[in-house]
Ligand binder design. Structure first.
Ligand SMILES: NC(=O)C1=CN([C@@H]2O[C@H](COP(=O)(O)OP(=O)(O)OC[C@H]3O[C@@H](n4cnc5c(N)ncnc54)[C@H](OP(=O)(O)O)[C@@H]3O)[C@@H](O)[C@H]2O)C=CC1
Ligand SMILES: O=C(CO)COP(=O)(O)O
Length: 342
């Protein structure tokens, strides 16, 4: 066992399990909290989490539990991998078991609707702590399970906290970079899910590689433009948690958001597409939130607006695509300008 550092992971889904197992394989004692007793039992007896990560053999250092107090008490780092809709609820419940030295790291790529808060801000609200970080990047859980070489970003304003997370998670297949732009890293992770839905839709419609490339590049322009208006550093969007995550999520059928878009492109309605998935696709909720926010902030986001029209207002992809292609002529790379309106 590596030192006596204890790690906690909240969430028994795909990414929570991937993060928990990386740290466990690195020799740390990892307490993974999940609400399903059956899943805890399965991991204890077979070392598998077959619903979310079939075939992924889990380290003996990973200790699953349904007891929040047991998971959180005494952990040096608490990773939170709970979908955004339930994130605040779960974080509020751990408060009695926390202490002032603990570091809390969100891995969740979503936004809270009514408050427009990111998950690290929810942790700050609920736990009254500044020991907060964000882990984000091109990190498909099922590829991590196969030990495909992967890189991620730990973002925090505290360099020592970044270094600790780099040490706990870094190994020969998982490399962790550090960033001080917590807001930009976290916002990028949430925004790219919207564009993955669009890319999945385009793929199902048989659109070509030129189209995919145009969509990804214009998505990067759009998400950077929005984030800069909110105070994020545009350079962050050229890193792993920005363009890196955008590329993987827009290109891979392993992405749940891409799969939702693909199913819609095949003619299914949104409800069918989400039901079939059986896992979280944060992009649907994020789309509604960002569409409203872009109107409020008067930020030009034609891809967000177009997808919203297709999913919620009955527009056809053809109509929306025609509008995008025939819009006023624009400059190419002015997307990071604060007043850019392309
Ligand atoms: N999967 C991936 O490749 C990556 C995912 N992420 C992000 O990580 C976050 C979590 O995703 P992921 O693990 O993949 O999601 P999954 O859909 O795979 O799993 C969600 C997990 O959260 C649990 N959960 C949901 N609601 C609650 C609740 N109210 N209380 C307790 N547990 C709850 C589920 O439990 P139950 O099974 O009991 O319903 C399940 O264990 C998302 O924001 C995602 O964007 C980030 C990087 C990569
Ligand atoms: O964030 C991810 C990869 O970095 C996973 O994306 P999905 O939630 O679309 O599966």
């Amino acid at each position: 066992m590596t030192e006596s550092v204890k790690i906690a992971v909240l969430g028994g889904g795909s990414f929570g399990t991937a993060v928990a197992n990386i740290a466990a394989e690195n020799g740390y004692q990892v307490s993974q909290w999940m609400r399903s007793k059956a899943a805890v039992q399965e991991i204890k007896s077979t070392r598998l989490n077959s619903r979310y990560m079939p075939g992924y053999q889990l380290s003996l250092n990973l200790l699953p539990t349904t007891d929040l107090a047991e998971a959180v008490t005494g952990a040096s780092i608490v990773f939170v991998s709970i979908p955004s809709k339930s994130f605040r609820d779960v974080v509020a419940r751990i408060k009695p078991f926390t202490n002032a030295e603990q570091i809390f790291v969100s891995t969740t790529k979503g936004i809270e609707g009514e408050s427009f808060k990111l998950m690290s801000e929810i942790i700050q609200d609920e736990l009254s702590t500044d020991n907060v970080g964000v882990l984000s990047g091109p990190n498909l859980a099922k590829e991590i399970a196969k030990r495909h070489l992967t890189a991620s970003v730990i973002a925090s304003t505290n360099d020592e906290h970044c270094q600790l997370v780099q040490k706990v998670l870094g190994n020969d297949y998982f490399r962790v970079y550090a960033s001080n732009d917590t807001y930009g890293v976290e916002l990028g992770g949430a925004l790219k899910n919207i564009y993955a839905i669009i890319s999945g839709l385009a793929a199902a419609l048989g659109l070509g590689e030129n189209t995919k490339s145009m969509l990804i590049t214009r998505s990067l322009a759009e998400m950077s433009r929005f984030a800069v208006q909110l105070g994020a550093n545009p350079m962050t969007f050229l890193g792993l948690s920005g363009v890196g995550d955008l590329i993987v999520t827009c290109m891979s059928p392993l992405s749940r958001n891409y799969r939702v878009g693909f199913a819609i492109g095949e003619g299914k309605n949104l409800e069918q597409a989400v039901d079939e998935l059986g896992e979280v696709a944060e992009g649907i909720n994020t789309l509604k939130i960002i569409r409203d926010k872009s109107i409020e902030m008067e930020v030009y986001m034609p891809l967000v607006t177009g997808l919203y029209k297709v999913l919620f207002e009955g527009a056809t992809v053809k109509e929306v695509a025609r509008g995008l292609m025939l819009g006023a002529h624009k400059q190419d790379v002015e997307f990071i300008l604060k007043d850019g309106t392309q």
